[in-house]
Write a protein that binds this ligand. Sequence first.
Ligand code: ADP
Ligand code: MG
Length: 640
Amino acid sequence: MSEQKASQNYSFQAEVAQLLHLVTHSLYSNPEIFLRELISNASDACDKLRFEGINHPEFYEDDADLHVRVSLDKEQKTITISDNGIGLTAQEAIENLGTIAKSGTKDFMSKLTGDQKSDAQLIGQFGVGFYSGFIVADKITVESRRAGVATSEGVRWISGGTGEFEVEQIEKASRGTDIILHLREDKLDYLESYKVKQIINKYSDHISLPIQMQKEVWQQEEAAEGEEPKAGQYVKTDEWEAVNSASALWTRNKNDVTEEQYVEFYKNLTHDYEAPLAWAHNRVEGNTEYTQLLYIPSKAPQDIFTREAKAGIKLYVKRVFIMDDADNLIPNYLRFVQGVVDSADLPLNVSRELLQESRDVKTIREGNARRILTVIDGLAKSEDEKDQEKFKQFYAEFGAVLKEGLGEDFGNRERILKILRFATSNNDEISTSLADYKARMKEGQKAIYYVTADSLAAAKNSPQLEVFKKKGIEVLLMADRVDEWAMNFVHEFDGTPMQSVSKGAVDLGDLQDAEEKKALEKAAEDFKPVVEKLSDSLKDKTKEVRVTTRLVDSPACLVTSEGELSPQLLRMLKQAGQAVPESKPILEINPEHPLVKKLDSSEQFDDLANVIFDQAVIAEGGLPEDPAAYVKRINSLLLK
Ligand code: ADP
Ligand code: MG
């Protein structure tokens, strides 16, 4: 035997210790999840071996049938979960079982609701599944040997789940990991094989790896002549049999998979504790062959709008796990989609770089995008009330993300536009589709009008809307951050132009009668001197001053030239630290407004001009460039 190093003691990272306390003191109401978590780790370990085995076939040693074994020992009061996967080195055991690499723990702690059931579900979501073993065990022994490492270099890790753990080097013949749980006295029912089988079926049936338990046979002793027959019992044999169906769920025929199985697979895949809103499962044939199983979650992750947000697609090649978060398989604007893609055409050693260039990957990405959009559209169109509810929830969670697709995925722009819903000047609810809007357009109306602002309230009260309200023309209200940017890419829907009411001059076309047009011309003529004076006063702030009919109650408003960035978008970009082109807005004045009428004769022309301009800035959600000067001017005007 090789020399054995003495065992060494280590302390858990403070966060782990805190977590362990929590696990053992408040998650005891749903203890059975420990099996799901440990089996999922074992299955991950086998996936990792398959992956490393591509370049290192020697890692398989003589033991290529990957499996998980669950064994029960009533005498020792232990339940052992063994795998012949990748295994752990001593260093890996210390690092991976003693610290929490992800910063998720704090998040985890803050999310706890006190409801044990949902709290217990959270534990898996935050990558702390291993510690769930301590819900049922007061001591855990881990024995492991890393693939490719000498049998003398195994490791034993022991902890009682409080502050410390102990690590020593051991001799271990078999590759992989045994997790030995020494059950708490009140958890001995997990030694009953029927119960363990039940739990495996419930949580882990779809795991693509066989999960085996020892086969048991019924044994009954012959009773002697004249005696009562003796009670029989199940006795374990040396044979192992799979207790799960062990076929990767996505490889099964749709008709053979139940709704519960789809949901359970999703939960396992994502560690989401809520069921998904919808899913699509298809085998796609043609030049590129692949299977897609794609899910739409019911909630958006918190980081959905940050740069770190990752696509949740796992890539398999012929059932071999290749990588997580394969973001080339789904366009960025659908990054909320979770699931599995299994390709028959990609090479097993495909890298992220290769993925970027592959034509097959491009085909898969497009296929995935189309499929998801079809699923969403199906929900939107469905008459079923449940689907309607789902669509609403989908839209509230992911509508804004989806809009990014208008700028990213030109091929699907029309499809995306059909799915979008808006609040309008007539209806606060975000429920009007572009088709609905078109159906309600007034006679003579030639465009779909919309306004973008920082909030729905600001959009609704925007001065640019006044003439539309007066004439009873519906205007779409948009207040998502992405709207302004996304709408830059949209010029029409179904043959009807889309027109921002704050860009360019309002052209109401036939909605404006001859008299109104004449009145505008006359006002422009009458106000020529005032407009000139204003242009002069405000020459640093505006590009142009002109008379408008779009206003009813407001003295003035800002508009942007067609094709230029609006003040809101400029503000947003500036806040995000981006360099923005200097661009000045156009000031439009309302010749009917008393303040504007007063301008010409005002002794404080310059003050009034600047106040009118600053108010227009405020009305569309901005701040005067020099707030103190603004206040001073107002006060001075008030005093007069
Ligand atoms: P997660 O699975 O989300 O990474 P866990 O707490 O479940 O978090 O597991 C922590 C880490 O411990 C894993 O990432 C892995 O490195 C290691 N580990 C746990 N179980 C095994 C196992 N059976 N074989 C190899 N490594 C394991
Ligand atoms: Mg885990």
